[in-house]
Design a protein around this ligand. Structure first.
Ligand SMILES: C[S@@+](CC[C@H](N)C(=O)[O-])C[C@H]1O[C@@H](n2cnc3c(N)ncnc32)[C@H](O)[C@@H]1O
Length: 423
């Protein structure tokens, strides 16, 4: 059978990745860009690990929850997984990402709150890819399941200030990139302006440097740096204002391309949950503290021991806390290799932990062995969160509250706040 076969199918459900699922005479099909109830004509594509991926070539009849997609690039761009679904159905699908992960760990009865919606256009960090093709520069996100770049003119997910950077960035990259060369562009909107790190080998001649400097001026960037990964070098092209970020009105220096919660609105929801849950705590450990998104608000009422693996982030938090006279002891430490032990934790009234995507298996094991009465977990990865939740529960904690937050609007990712109490 030639692979160009087309079929007419009805979308019955959504996959965890946000593709429509249809049962067809050819077996199960995954159709990106569709929603349940859609009748679509599809072209069969490559056979994936979990079934056949098919491309929608015509929407014959929309499903009952279909709404207009928010972006002209949606059907090609891999930046978003699912648009075109009415908010209640979308919220149920997103919340289900957490419910499914919890159920896989035998925690299906966990008290899971409704999804907290976050408006699009609030994302303050963008990881863009750019490539010079002939005289043009394509800049945007990868196409779905491809290394090709979708050249974006709009992005309703990103903060408009980041979208506004694109025309000038495209122009300067056309002048400084060799034909065929590609770079990553990491842009963060900080309180004092945009911090942009261009990652790649730009062979920085004086001319190119001057062009980049002029771009930093016209775009009013706070800082522009070029990171050459092979040479392990960060070259500051222009520092026009010191990039900084504010947590609880405390100013913290922002190291180039450092971690920040992707959306300020989502961060505010997480901080409100953490500070409300830990309201009575006087001694707190904040693990995977980053620049202090939780440590600083908590330090208004508690003394905080903040642990962070990245030395630049830890130093920035230490300086910010010292300038503001906050009671935070900051330690640089690799919590995977050297987790805070149960006995080190035992003096604390509460622990906050917010690990990277892989979760915090070793650290959670130590918390599970501790006597800490209250544990707040933040996670951007339901599977590792659910595994760590199970370790805590087996160690004698109970899951009091789980709140999914739509920090990554229209993607299949979800942020989680959870509160555990010792039985
Ligand atoms: C999801 S971020 C959370 C940061 C901070 N809580 C916030 O909300 O902005 C995870 C943090 O863990 C740090 N990290 C990653 N692996 C680590 C490790 N093995 N030990 C300690 N910190 C680590 C990262 O540098 C990053 O700052």
């Amino acid at each position: 059978m030639p692979r160009s076969t087309t079929l007419e199918v009805e979308i019955a459900a959504l996959s965890g990745r946000g593709e429509g699922i249809a049962e067809s005479p050819k077996g199960r099909l995954y159709v990106p860009g569709t929603v349940p109830g859609d009748r679509v004509e599809v072209r069969l594509g490559p056979k994936g690990r979990e079934g056949e991926v098919a491309e929608m070539i015509a929407l014959l009849a929309p499903g009952p929850d279909r709404v207009k997609v928010a972006c002209a690039h949606f059907f090609l761009c891999g930046g978003c997984a699912l648009q075109g679904l009415a908010p209640p159905a979308y919220a149920a699908w997103k919340r289900d990402r957490v419910a499914v992960a919890l159920a896989r760990q035998g925690l299906g009865a966990a008290p899971l709150a409704p999804l907290v919606a976050i408006p699009p256009g609030d994302r303050r960090r963008a990881d863009l890819v750019a490539r010079r093709v002939g005289e043009r520069v394509l800049i945007g996100f990868h196409r779905r399941k491809s290394h090709m770049i979708v050249d974006i003119g709009e992005c309703p997910v990103l903060d408009p200030a980041l979208v506004g950077l694109l025309p000038g960035l495209r122009e300067v990259l056309a002048a400084v990139l060799a034909s065929g060369a590609a770079v990553d562009c990491k842009a963060t909107k900080t309180a004092s302006g945009i911090d942009l790190v261009i990652v790649g080998d730009l062979a920085l001649t004086l001319d190119r440097r001057e062009l980049l400097f002029a771009f930093a001026e016209t775009a009013d960037l706070a800082r522009l740096a070029v990171r050459n990964v092979a040479a392990d070098l960060l070259d500051p092209i222009a520092i026009r204002r010191s990039p900084e970020i504010r947590f609880d009105d405390v100013v913290v220096d922002f190291p180039p391309a450092a971690f920040l919660q992707a959306s300020p609105a989502a961060e505010a929801v997480l901080v409100a949950e953490v500070t409300a849950a830990l309201a009575g705590a006087r001694r707190v450990a904040d693990l995977y503290a980053g620049l202090g998104a939780f440590a600083l608000p908590l330090s208004a009422a508690a003394s905080v021991r903040a642990i962070e693996g990245d030395a630049a982030a830890a130093a920035a938090l230490r300086r910010g806390a010292a300038r503001a006279g906050r009671r935070i002891a900051v330690e640089t430490r690799d919590l995977a290799r050297r987790p805070l032990s149960a006995s080190e934790l035992d003096g604390c009234d509460a622990v906050v932990f917010d690990p990277p995507r892989i979760g915090a298996k070793e650290q959670t094991g130590e918390i599970a062995r501790s006597k800490v009465p209250l544990v707040a977990a933040i996670s951007c990865a339901p599977a590792s969160f659910a595994r760590d939740a199970r370790i805590l529960i087996e160690g004698g904690y109970r899951l009091q509250r789980v709140v999914p937050v739509d920090q990554f609007v229209w993607s299949s990712e979800v942020e989680i706040f959870a509160l555990f109490l010792r039985n």
